[in-house]
Structures are given as structure tokens and as C-alpha cells.
Design a protein around this ligand. Sequence first.
Ligand code: ZN
Length: 394
Amino acid sequence: MDIVRRLRSVVLATLAVLCACGGERIALSSMPVPEIRVLLGTPAEGATLTAPDAWDATGEDGHGFADRGTNLSVVVRPGGDGILFGGSSTNATSIRLRTKGSFVVEMDGARRAYRGSLWLRQQSGRLQVINEVDLETYVAGVILNEMGTTAAPAAYKAQAVLARSYAYFKRKGDPSAPWHVYDDERSQVYAGITIPRDAGATITDLERWTAETRGVILTWKGEPFPTYYASTCGGHTTEASTARLDAAGASPIFLGVPCGYCAPSKYYTWSKAVAVQDLADALKSRGVSPPISRLEWSKVGKGGWVAEVTVTYGPKGAKKVVPGPDFRSAAGLRSMRIDAVEAQADGTLLFRGGGWGHGVGLCQVGAQEMARKGFAPDQILRYYYPGAEFTRLY
Ligand SMILES: [Zn+2]
């Protein structure tokens, strides 16, 4: 892969210079692969765990619970005296499970396989199931869920760098936190080593593409930053501030770039009719009451993304400023890249806009198209994150 090859040549050139000066041994990489903690689903009433290979379980709050065996099949639930492990009380509210192979976790109607270990925590009568896994295995478990089932390899490799960067950034903020990321859109979609049936790639493919970017993250002035990305930009990406996302000091990376690459998407443009009454109801908690008489795009970011809507409402024409993302969720719109809104005779407002998601950072549909056209992963990333550096962690 281009990124890795370039980095290697840079590292080797640096080494040659340093070695000529001092002859010291230089560690190319001293950092072990970090472990990332992923909260699986939402804290549950229980889960069924299976593991075909040798496994062991250890309680971690001093009550001496320990168990081991092969071919695990157990229901775990929160109990009055700690976690119930196969119906038996353990007196432990924190249990770590390890196996050489993988665990299958059935919870909340989902059944997925995970490498790494599982950490069970009983908190407020619910069970948290946390997958502790090395960052590379995590990344391989994200890229297909985030980039779609039929992308070209360059798109998955670009997504691997982003998934690693984002997770590393979150972990760095609080390494000892019970979990660093969620396994859904709140962070990045991760399903362990389980992949959808219609996937055009195997887990081995995903691991290989991940390995070809091994340890590489995006940085800004040497520091990791949250590498936001979204589904479809509808023609132009926008600033992090427009979408009220915290760029953690890397806002110059997120100034918005034009993107025609996502034009084939069915969400490149969209329209949606929203009943005025429904909009008023959805904005009620913000103090807006019917009738709504006017919507004004009072702050618009790059690419026509609406950062702020001023809503005129009530009999006296009071005004309320609503941040773009909040307005988007109240109106149920795909994005805040809005071209026009018209009042219809049937009491609805017809919104016309483009894109899907928050519009910040890489446009995933655009990246898929760039990969199809033959762009390399680093070219795709440089396009959507202008000024970002490639840094190899390990
Ligand atoms: Zn786009």
C-alpha cells in the first residue's frame, strides 16, 4: 500500500542518517499494539456466551471466583450477589473471560463472534459486556461495517486508517476507562469477526487490508484527532464547527472540500415533506410552540451546510435559535445540506437538500467511488483531510 511504502521509505532514510552519525541501535517501533475496550450493545439483562476452545474466567473484586474448562456455554446475568454465571452466584461484579480462539456473544437479539477477551461488569442491575481486543483486530472488525459490503480494497484501507485513528484518539483521552468506544454509530460500527452474508469480502481479506495499513493513523501537528467521516456529503463537506463536532484542536483539517464523487448516490439529493405540526412538536422541548411562521438559515457553513436555524414561532413571533444538528433530528432530515424549503398547501414543509450524515471529514460514498476510479488510500485520505499527516504508531 502506498501509505505504508512511503512511510517505510521515510523511516529508512531517517535511519540511514541517524546510523551514520552515532551508530546507536534505533528501535523502529517501541509501542505495543494497544488494546481497545468496546462496549457491546447496551447494558443488558443477560447474555449467552459460548467458546469452543479452552477458556478461563476470573472474578476481579476479591471474592475468589474462578472457573475454567473447554467448550463454554453459559448464561450470564446480573444477580443480587454479583454476576450469575450459569445460574451460580459469583459474588463478583467484575469478571474477565479469556480464550485462545473466539467467543460467541448472544445478546439483545444479536449473535456475534469476537476475538480477544470479554470483561463482564455488573452496574446498576445491568450487565455490561466489554470486548477487550487489540486495535488491529478491532479495525478489521469495523471497516466493512462502515464502508459497505462491496467497496474496492483502497476504500477499506482508507477506512482502516480512519477507524484506527478514531479509536486511538478515543482511547488516548482516557486509557483506563471501562470502555473507549461503543460498537455502533455512536462511535464506529463493530461486529467482531462476524460479517454480513452478502459481504463481498472475507474476514481474511479485511485482516489483510487492515494489516497493509498496520499502525498508521492520521495526525495534525503530531497529535491524533477525531477522524470524523460520514456517509454522503451531497457535493461538499463542511466544517466540524458547522456540525457542532469537537475537532480537538484539528479544526484546520475540517474546512470542507468539494466532492463530486458521491454524485451516483441516491442520497446525493433528496426531498422530504415534514408536517409543520410535527416539527413544532419535535421542537417543543426547546420552547418552540405553534404556529411556526418562519425558518431562517441564520448561520450557514461551507458547502451550504446549515449550522443554525432561527425559528419564528407563536402568536407574537418569538424567535429561537436551534443548532443545525438538533434541527436535523427534530425534522427527521438526512442532512443539514439544505437547498430550499417550501410551504405546501397540505400543511407540510417540503425540504430539498443533499447528502446523508453530518458532512464532516471523509465522504464514504465519495471514497468508494475514488477507490473504484483507481485512487490510492493515501490519495483518498489527503483529499478529505487536507493537511493531515500519516503517523505510524507501531
Ligand atoms: Zn461526497
